[in-house]
Design a protein around this ligand. Structure first.
Ligand SMILES: [Zn+2]
Ligand SMILES: [Zn+2]
Length: 316
């Protein structure tokens, strides 16, 4: 079978690899759709893992099953990590810090024609026969936004800003009705407006927002968030911010709250699939390019350069 591997230095190669075997108590899955995650574009992060099979936003059909809940032929959307539900982190619902969560994974990864999951991952694997494959492959990214929205304690009457309308920013806008987007890239502004959102390209609205989601991680984004914040506002950090500097007095004297949200757990994937079923978030709104696996190396560079919003590989 073929798969896409990230190689140190920001390159992606399509390689032949042996078929994964179905683990005892697990599933072997034929991949149908696999989205490229913006997190997989961060060279400093990816180089630590290289060589690394890309892909974790997946949906596929079960071709071999060792668990009665998942029959052969079923469409499934598994998360690539699952917690133990027993450790102190899990009991506090801090699932992403659970040792089992960190050690579980798709084998060999989601940008592959087939992948396998062990029994631990079945805890966070959703049946998705009623969804299109491309929509079911959005469970993981939408779940990250569900966690972000929950941790930020979003309420419909919050004056909400979303900074950065890449794919994760768009999912925040779709998930927080009434929110206003902030973006400089003209194509992304046009996409946001076409989806019916108010999008500002300047930095107007100083001190007007109760809740600000910072989607990309950069000093500019942090500075804009601080300027948009009303006294007492919550600012949600959605992505890593290497090297960014924060003057704590800038948040102290205004009683601002800085909240982090990293990845997502099983309660968030459950909420995400609910939102996808309600068509709150669907692939045609947030995926710009549906491609073949062989086109991924180029699409990877194009997404990294900001030329395309998000590619999703659709497998034969
Ligand atoms: Zn992702
Ligand atoms: Zn645990």
């Amino acid at each position: 079978m073929r798969l896409a591997r990230y190689i140190e230095g920001g390159q992606v190669a399509i390689e032949e690899a042996p078929m994964p075997v179905c683990p005892s108590g697990g599933l072997l899955i034929k991949t149908e759709a696999s989205g490229l995650c913006s997190g997989e574009l961060m060279a400093w992060y990816m180089d630590q893992k290289a060589p690394h099979v890309l892909g974790h936003e997946v949906c596929g059909r079960v071709v071999e099953s060792q668990d009665d809940r998942f029959s052969v032929g079923a469409r499934v959307a598994p998360h690539h990590h699952a917690p133990c539900l027993r450790c102190n982190f899990c009991l506090a619902k801090q699932f992403v810090h659970c040792a089992l969560w960190k050690s579980t994974r798709l084998e060999p990864g989601g940008m592959a024609e087939y992948f396998a999951i062990g029994p631990d991952l079945l805890l966070d694997c959703h049946l998705a026969n009623d969804l299109e494959a491309c929509d079911a492959a959005l469970v993981e990214p939408v779940a990250c936004v569900m966690k972000s929205r929950r941790r930020a304690r979003w309420r419909p009457n919050d004056r909400t800003a979303v900074i950065g309308l890449g794919v994760m920013g768009l999912i925040h806008l779709l998930s927080c009705p009434g929110a206003i987007g902030f973006e400089k890239n003209s194509e992304r502004i046009a996409r946001g407006i076409a989806l019916g959102f108010e999008v500002r390209s300047d930095e107007s609205g100083s001190g007007e927002f109760d809740l600000i989601f910072m989607c990309p991680g950069s000093q500019d984004v942090l500075d804009l968030a601080l300027s948009l914040a009303a006294p007492g506002a919550r600012i949600l950090q959605f992505a890593p911010m290497p090297g960014a500097h924060l003057d704590l007095n800038a948040i102290y004297f205004r009683d601002l709250e800085l909240i982090q949200s990293y990845s997502c757990g099983p309660d968030d994937t459950t909420q995400a699939i609910r939102e996808i079923r309600l068509a709150q978030v669907i692939a045609k709104d947030v995926v710009s390019d549906f491609i073949k696996l062989s086109d991924l190396p180029q699409a990877y560079q194009d997404m990294k350069a900001g030329k395309i919003l998000k590619p999703m590989v659709i497998f034969d």
